[in-house]
Design a protein around this ligand. Structure first.
Ligand code: NAD
Length: 259
């Protein structure tokens, strides 16, 4: 299928690794002019070269912390007026809510709620003027089914989800869509660190925990970043212009509900 987005400018946040990188690769493969970002220059530069080599096109990069105002300004300087925005940042640490201070909550809200809202605010009017825009927010399956040790994530991402539900309906008539992708378990560094935390707190073996978790998924495995990227590229495509304000769970069928 031709996604119809060749030549579109795409800003993909937090994308030197994992799910963001999967999205960047799929958009570059679809012919977009992709800009990726992460905090460490050497890592993001290497990722841009590897993504670009596979897609057969140049991929731009910027080293910045997207959760800061300065980092967002750097990102938008590197990719002014994106047609496609993929919002992503590292997830908050797991733990017991009794240990979290107000500062922990502010950091989680900055990264996983206020940063995407700021970037939407900075880019959506240009998309409206150009009559094309696609915004995908990477949130979490925890929005639909909370994960006990990820209370900071459950809370902050639910705030973003509520905001998006309202704003997506306000911009859709201009061919600007905003949707959320909710990853279940994907085989990334983030998943590995969650297992390490759980192993430490329970005394269990990490590999045993991984194998057990994979076995409980209906597919018998974890998802791959490229599978996530393919869904993201479709949501960003011309073909997906009637998909508005949705929360698409990509979890191998792990959520047990009918809907
Ligand atoms: P990851 O750790 O594999 O990759 C995160 C990427 O973001 C890296 O490139 C890192 O350099 C970059 N990054 C982190 N903080 C940044 C910042 N402040 N500024 C710029 N770049 C930054 O993580 P992942 O598994 O790809 O997860 C992506 C998001 O999806 C996270 O918010 C995570 O909590 C969420 N999530 C992941 C899973 C999963 O199974 N992997 C499940 C649910 C939710």
């Amino acid at each position: 299928m031709d996604l119809g987005i060749a030549g579109r400018r795409a800003l993909v946040c937090a994308s030197s690794k994992g799910l963001g990188r999967g999205c960047a690769q799929a958009l570059a493969d679809a012919g977009c002019e992709v800009t990726i970002l992460a905090r460490t220059a050497a890592e993001v530069e290497r990722a841009a070269q590897e993504i670009g080599a596979r897609a057969g096109r140049k991929v731009a990069w910027v080293a910045c912390d997207i959760t800061t105002a300065e980092g967002r300004a750097q990102a938008l300087a590197a990719c002014p007026q994106p047609d496609i925005l993929v919002n992503n940042a590292g997830g908050p640490p797991p733990g017991d809510f009794r240990d979290w201070t107000r500062e922990h909550w502010i950091r989680a809200l900055e990264a996983n709620m206020l940063t995407p809202i700021e970037l939407i605010k900075a880019t959506v009017d240009g998309m409206i003027e150009r009559k094309f825009g696609r915004i995908v927010n990477i949130t979490s399956s925890a929005v639909k089914a909370p994960i006990d040790i990820l209370g900071l994530s459950n809370g902050a991402r639910s705030g973003l989800t509520g905001f998006v539900a309202g704003i997506a309906r306000k911009v859709a008539r201009h061919n600007v869509t905003i949707n959320n992708l909710l990853p279940g378990p994907f085989d990334t560094d983030r998943l590995a660190s969650n297992f390490a935390t759980r192993a430490k707190s329970t005394g269990a073996n990490v590999e045993t925990l991984r194998a057990q978790a994979a076995a409980t998924n209906p597919t018998g495995r974890f998802g791959l970043p490229e599978e996530f990227g393919a869904a993201c590229a479709f949501l960003c495509s011309e073909r997906a212009s009637f998909i508005v304000g949705q929360n698409l769970l990509i979890d191998g069928g792990q959520y047990p509900g009918t809907f």
